[in-house]
Design a protein around this ligand. Structure first.
Ligand code: FAD
Length: 294
């Protein structure tokens, strides 16, 4: 392995300058829970590692007008303890809190989970369902990307040379709205999702007035499943609507066959999890608490 430069950036501008100067050999270090594993395995060979954990904007959560901005390198443990964020977006927080173990949670970030671009990343389906916007900064300035457009393939993001992710913004929640994330893993914890489903709902009385569905681990990138959302909107989450939304999720699947699950299994489970996550989101709107699922 050739020599690696380790640099600590004091601010975002410095991180971008270092990233651009590394000419494609620069890697941002957030928690390092993917990056260090990949370096040890020899699948990543950075020329420069740029540590962003000392940049205040990258490790804090701010709330403005009901919207939450999560610094890209904020540890999952900090996110899980944020009282108003947990209340507004319980599904997003439970998805982020599913990542790894207590030890991993102390380092791992949602920005790292997103930038690692695994189709099975746990936070991403919930962020997609939430309508999250990714703030990126690079040599050409800042730009915002809807989270569902951020990753373009396994391990591939839409970041341009020198660009880094600065933050993730969750919009203001309408009244009577909530969300949920469920994943299926072969073990009880510390495993990669066979399927992950995020659902965000807004209701008026007993009718769904808005919905978004994010589906993970069943295609090269996490999917926004508009057809499933459309099947839920206008319904009371009756069996017919849930069946139609579940079918839309199954239809959207283009999964791989591997030791964790066959194509047939993943396709069926996508629909099952959609129904369960939608019902948890509805329960939360109605004040019924559900603890995060591991
Ligand atoms: C034991 C163990 C269990 C795990 N369990 C899970 C799990 O259950 N679910 C799951 O989804 N993942 C899991 N992971 C994977 C990993 O912990 C997560 O993907 C985590 O969120 C990565 O965040 P990080 O801050 O550690 O990223 P890092 O390792 O620091 O970064 C990951 C990648 O993203 C890039 N990057 C990071 N931040 C930025 C940024 N701001 N801008 C541009 N590029 C950036 C890095 O250069 C690197 O290529 C597990 C890992 C381990 C070791």
């Amino acid at each position: 392995m050739s020599e690696i430069q380790y640099r600590t950036a004091k601010n975002i501008k410095e991180a971008v300058t270092l990233m651009a100067a590394a000419k494609g050999k620069g890697y941002i270090l957030a928690g390092g829970t993917d990056l260090l594993v990949q370096m040890k395995a020899g699948t990543r060979e950075p020329g420069t590692i740029i540590d962003v954990k000392k940049i205040p904007e990258m490790v804090r959560i701010t709330e403005k007008g009901g919207a939450f901005t999560i610094g890209a390198a904020t540890p999952a443990a900090v996110i899980g303890e944020h009282p108003t964020l947990r209340k507004a977006w319980p599904g997003v927080v439970e998805a982020i809190n599913l990542i790894g173990s207590t030890q991993v949670q102390g380092r791992a970030s949602a920005g790292g989970n997103l930038c690692n671009a695994s189709p099975a990343a746990d936070s991403v389906p919930a962020l997609v369902a939430a309508g999250c916007v990714v703030r990126v900064q690079g040599p050409e300035g800042k730009r915002d990307i809807p989270v569902e457009e951020f990753n373009v393939g396994p391990g591939k993001t839409s970041l341009k040379p020198g660009e880094i992710v600065v933050s993730l913004t969750l919009p203001k929640r309408p009244k009577n709205a909530s969300d949920a994330y469920l994943r299926l893993i072969p073990r009880t914890e510390m495993d990669i999702a066979v399927v992950g489903v995020g659902v965000s709902l807004a209701m008026k009385g007993d009718k769904v007035v808005d919905a978004r569905v994010g589906l993970g681990a069943v295609a090269p990138t996490v999917l926004l499943v508009d057809k499933a959302a459309k099947a839920l909107v206008g319904s009371t989450l009756d069996d017919a609507a849930l069946d139609a939304a579940a079918q839309a999720c199954s239809d959207a699947c283009k999964p791989i066959d591997d030791k964790r699950g066959t194509v047939k299994y993943r396709t069926k489970i996508a629909g099952v999890l959609l129904k369960r996550a939608a019902m948890i989101a509805r329960d939360r709107i109605n004040g019924i608490e559900h603890r995060g699922h591991r």
